[in-house]
Design a protein around this ligand. Structure first.
Ligand code: F6R
Length: 618
């Protein structure tokens, strides 16, 4: 959580660059924001509870002079509630030193007591002010006025997770930053350089980026940057070129990023499939870099993830077990390591994460590797912590996902996990080449099918408006439709604040059906008529069961499935597809529905209350 931007350059006004960057990073946290700029002999700053727009208003009311260097922050509160005083930057030492921070400093109370004993006073409740004060103390004593050295020594004393950026009035040409378990990238420009939590903070100005590693310190000036370890040893970042441009991080005429990202899904699937198989239809996942013999020896797969990414994992489990015949579990990452899971060298752990920074998932990855398992990350953010720490990565190429609610990442996570499953089936000989080709052909049809669905989005949007005042909404699905039901319910809770639950349709009669009363909206995801085990007929019975008890049934069914019409108050049509492909399509109406209900309720679709896009605390 929290977004951080730093800028130093010869031409632009630092505060403008920083505000622009904060606006793009606002999805990471939006309960307060602030900016500090360095003038010749002092730091000037403004900070405000609320959104970046509130900060801009504060700057308009009390303007800041043009400056060549500054740092900024948009916050998701951890230590200390959202208030002006707890907002970053924290400025200490007679307004000489300013810091912004992302993460949690776990030993902050010990450090605070130590600093108080030395006579320092604190005005906020934050761990960040403690880190800033420690930096000041070290700067004035051991480091003898060397800001880089002071940051190295301070970083050695901090425990927990932190990206810490500092500027000092006596060095108005540099920003010094430390990274530990929290993201930080450099944007490399001409005569100007940037720091940001992710590349969207500077994408407007440069696409040349440099990943920093855990345990590194960077000193950034307009003309370059120097990287060291916390011990002061020379080190290097890893340069990369950002493959998307600023237009991908803009709304492009849609009402919200969420809506835009729902409509990005045909392209997201196409890009995730692109280059992953050869002309004969054989999977060529070159980036996997894991010995095939090892993949053949795997006897169990554990998928670890949180939230929507975990639901993508649940969908993938059906495909992996069916295609590869490897027992597969899906575990919420934050539960995984605390139950002493049985993991060994023959276990393959698949960590699914859009941001690649989710702390719970990162900790699960570390735990799995400590136990000797190989870890493959499925991730959307190039160079993020999870893919860096995993043994191999399969990137989803969904492009930047800005809305807090995950949409296109979910769909492309399913596609990437299917590619991984097919690759395993190919390597282990579970499937013949022509079978794999057949499944790939089905995947290749998905972008067009998604587009057909999206071309009819208005009908679902209307339904969202009609049902916007419902008290609660239920979602039912079976087999791969079950995680889709869970995802539909999560989307509605998250963006529309509407009570919703997803159930396995077969579980209905074991309890949840008691919730159904006259007028209760119930979405039912109907498997294709050709699905195995006569699932279609079973779900058809479930529709009748809830309808008989007064439910308003909204049935998501394939084109041509006429059986459902009689018992549906509304039928939402999706293109026909093979059973395992259906989640890629059936999720979309649920995303559109949640988005439309949220809009009808007048909510901020992209920035739901209490949430942040990337959860970098445990
Ligand atoms: C829901 C949502 C969250 C994330 C979860 C994991 O719409 O966005 O549930 O899916 O926080 O995030 P990543 O995928 O970044 O690890």
């Amino acid at each position: 959580m929290c977004g951080i931007v730093g800028y130093v350059g010869n031409e632009r006004d630092a505060k403008k660059v920083i505000i622009e960057g904060l606006r793009r990073l606002e999805y990471r946290g939006y309960d307060s924001a602030g900016v500090a700029v360095a003038q010749q002999s002092a730091i000037e700053y403004r900070k405000k509870a609320g959104k970046v727009a509130d900060l801009e208003a504060a700057i308009e009311a009390a303007p800041l002079d043009k400056s060549a260097l500054g740092i900024g922050h948009t916050r998701w509160a951890t230590h200390g509630g959202p208030s002006d005083v707890n907002a970053h930057p924290h400025v200490v030492g007679d307004d000489k030193l300013a810091v912004v921070h992302n993460g949690i400093i776990e030993n902050f109370s010990t450090l605070r007591a130590e600093l108080e004993a030395k006579g320092y006073n604190f005005v906020s409740e934050t761990d960040t002010e403690v880190a800033g004060t420690l930096l000041l103390e070290v700067y004035n004593t051991e480091a003898e006025g060397d800001l880089t050295r002071a940051m190295q020594l301070t970083a050695q004393r901090l425990e927990g997770a932190f990206t810490l950026l500092a500027i000092h009035a006596d060095h108005p040409d540099r920003i010094v930053a430390a990274r530990w378990n929290s993201p930080l990238v450099i944007g490399a420009g001409e005569g100007e350089n940037f720091l940001s939590s992710d590349v969207s903070g500077f994408i407007e100005f440069t696409r040349d980026a440099v990943e920093l590693d855990n345990g590194q310190i960077v000193t950034l000036t307009a003309d370059g940057y120097e990287v060291t370890t916390f011990d002061g040893e020379a080190a290097e970042g890893k340069p990369f070129r950002v493959e998307w441009d600023v237009t991908a991080a803009e709304k492009g005429g849609f009402n919200s990023f969420m809506e835009k990202e729902i409509f990005d899904q045909p392209a997201a699937v196409r890009d995730t499939l692109y280059g992953r198989f050869n002309e004969e239809g054989a999977l060529t996942l070159d980036e996997l870099r894991i010995d095939e013999a090892l993949l053949r020896s795997v006897n169990k797969i554990i998928i670890v993830a949180c939230g929507t990414a975990a639901y993508a994992g649940q969908v993938a489990r059906y495909a992996i077990e069916h295609w590869c015949r490897i027992p597969t579990e899906v575990e919420l990452a934050h539960e995984f390591r605390y139950r002493d899971p049985i993991v060994d060298q023959q276990t393959l752990v698949v960590a699914v994460s859009q941001s690649g920074e989710t702390m719970d998932t990162l900790m699960a990855v570390r735990h799995a590797r400590e136990q000797g398992a190989k870890v493959i990350a499925i991730c959307n953010t190039v160079g993020a912590s999870i893919p860096r720490e995993a043994d191999a990565v399969l990137y989803t190429y969904a492009g930047p996902e800005i809305a807090v609610a995950s949409t296109k990442a979910f769909i492309s996570q399913i596609v990437a996990a299917y590619l991984l499953a097919l690759y395993l089936a190919q390597v282990r000989g579970n499937k013949f080449a022509d079978e794999i080709r057949g499944i790939i052909a089905e995947l290749q049809e998905m972008p067009d099918k998604l587009q057909t669905l999206l071309d009819n989005a208005d009908e679902i949007k209307q339904l969202g408006q009609d049902l916007a005042n419902s008290k609660s909404v239920l979602f039912l699905g079976r087999h791969v439709g079950f995680p889709v039901a869970l995802e539909g319910a999560l989307k509605l809770k998250e963006v529309a604040y509407l009570h919703s639950e997803g159930f396995a349709a077969g579980e209905l009669k074991h309890g949840p059906i008691a919730l159904v009363e006259e007028g209760q909206p119930v979405f039912v995801i109907v498997p294709s008529k050709g699905s195995r085990h006569n699932l279609h007929a079973k779900v058809f019975s479930n529709i009748q069961e809830v309808r008989a008890r007064g439910a308003v049934t909204i049935v998501i069914a394939e084109e041509g499935d006429e059986d459902v019409v009689e018992f549906a108050n509304h039928v939402i049509r999706i293109p026909e597809s093979a059973g395992l492909m259906q989640p890629i399509l059936s999720t979309v109406p649920l995303q559109l529905f949640a988005c439309s209900v949220a809009e009808a309720r007048g909510l901020n679709v992209d920035q739901p209350r209490n949430l942040a896009k990337s959860v970098t605390v445990e």
